[in-house]
Write a protein that binds this ligand. Structure first.
Ligand SMILES: Cc1cc2nc3c(=O)[nH]c(=O)nc-3n(C[C@H](O)[C@H](O)[C@H](O)COP(=O)(O)OP(=O)(O)OC[C@H]3O[C@@H](n4cnc5c(N)ncnc54)[C@H](O)[C@@H]3O)c2cc1C
Length: 327
């Protein structure tokens, strides 16, 4: 019986939106909350003036699971995503090695496109940080940063990065599981150059550098190509060691590192910004996809319970929805 069954989903990233969409399709009354200004969480697109866009979180996605493939095929057919056919390499000891030819997909015109599509028809409250959750005989009540009390909900689905899920759940079931999962930070620089950075590739996994990944954002399909836009992502080690530096310092140091990677002077930049993902990626995910306690109607899911990537986050959300439906 789903009619009238209310669900509160905290987090409008891939996991939260996949879960909410699946539950809403089955007749549940779903409300999604996210503290961010937009949808997608770490599958994010940053807009900058004039007409610049950067994928400053997830860069692309791959797929292996048939259920995710079904969604991706539909997104491809509707132009929500497209294959990125740019040349992707590995840079090791100044050697350029072509990376695997596995298809890589990107949102159009930015990585948040999949989240925007999943959210169509859903009740999503963005800009709403949840500070507390409480379970009682009537269900789950949540309290926002603005001290608004919302609910009760029959079921609560928490889809935050592990440390944030742990903080929100506290001593509730699964809080302890989340508190044992480590997530690494990632400093990301977005740079638009006044002229083209001449390189024979579009994206590179970088070794032996403060940088771990660099990509010509403007080489992805559906992006504005007139301006040469790059995204530079620092390694987990560099990001951890420089966690508290200012964005200006992170940008300066990582642009210097990019100069070393390309082995020469970079063109002047017309736009530079840096963003710190405090809880960027999970290198050792728990692997269970979702956690569900039918006694209190609590589900927890997210990439840290899957493969640490977009596909896993999406599937974790779907599996959490399956668990709620089966209950
Ligand atoms: C720099 C970087 C590069 C990456 N590159 C790739 C890649 O190339 N390919 C790939 O597949 N994956 C990549 N990933 C991983 C991918 O982005 C994640 O696996 C996926 O987006 C996680 O989705 P999620 O829904 O589990 O979590 P999130 O996207 O983190 O969603 C959680 C949401 O919860 C919200 N939230 C947090 N706290 C609260 C609160 N208290 N109240 C309300 N809302 C709250 C957040 O705003 C966020 O929107 C990358 C990640 C980073 C950071």
């Amino acid at each position: 019986m789903t009619r009238g069954h209310t669900v509160g989903v905290i987090g409008a990233g891939m996991a939260g939106l996949a879960c909410a969409r699946e539950l809403a399709a089955k007749g549940f009354e779903v409300t999604v909350f996210d503290k961010g200004r937009g949808l997608g969480g770490r599958t994010a697109t940053r807009r900058a003036e004039p007409n610049l866009r950067f994928d400053h979180g997830a860069q692309f996605f791959t797929m292996t699971d048939p259920r995710f493939r079904e969604f991706t095929d539909d997104w491809l057919a509707r132009g929500v995503v497209a294959e990125w056919t740019g040349r992707i390499v590995r840079l090791e000891n100044k050697t350029v090695i072509d990376s695997s030819l596995q298809p890589r997909y990107v949102g159009m015109p930015g990585m948040s496109a999949m989240a925007v599509d999943l959210a169509v028809g859903l009740c999503v409250r963005i800009g709403t940080q949840i500070n507390a959750v409480t379970h009682s005989a009537v269900g789950w009540t949540i309290v926002t940063e603005a001290n608004e009390t919302v609910g009760p909900f029959d079921t609560l689905v928490v889809t935050l990065p592990a440390p944030q899920a742990a903080a929100l759940l506290g001593s509730y079931h699964f809080g302890a599981v989340a508190s044992n999962v480590k997530m690494t930070a990632c400093w990301t620089v977005m740079a638009a150059f006044e002229s083209r950075v001449e390189l024979p590739w579009d994206g590179a996994f970088v070794h032996d550098s403060p940088l771990a990944w660099v990509a010509r954002n403007s080489s992805k399909p559906g992006r504005e190509r007139e301006t040469d836009c790059w995204v530079l992502q620092a390694s987990p080690e560099w990001s951890a060691a420089h966690l508290e530096v200012t964005a200006d310092i992170a940008a300066r140091d990582l642009l210097d590192a990019f100069g070393s990677v390309v082995g020469g002077h970079l063109p002047p930049q017309q736009y530079v910004a840096a963003h710190r993902w405090r809880y960027g990626q999970c290198s050792e995910p728990d692997g269970r996809s979702k956690l569900f306690d039918p006694e209190i109607g609590l589900a927890v899911c997210g990439d840290w319970l899957a493969d640490g990537r977009i596909e896993g986050a999406f599937l974790a959300g779907i599996r959490a929805a399956d668990a709620v439906c089966e209950h």
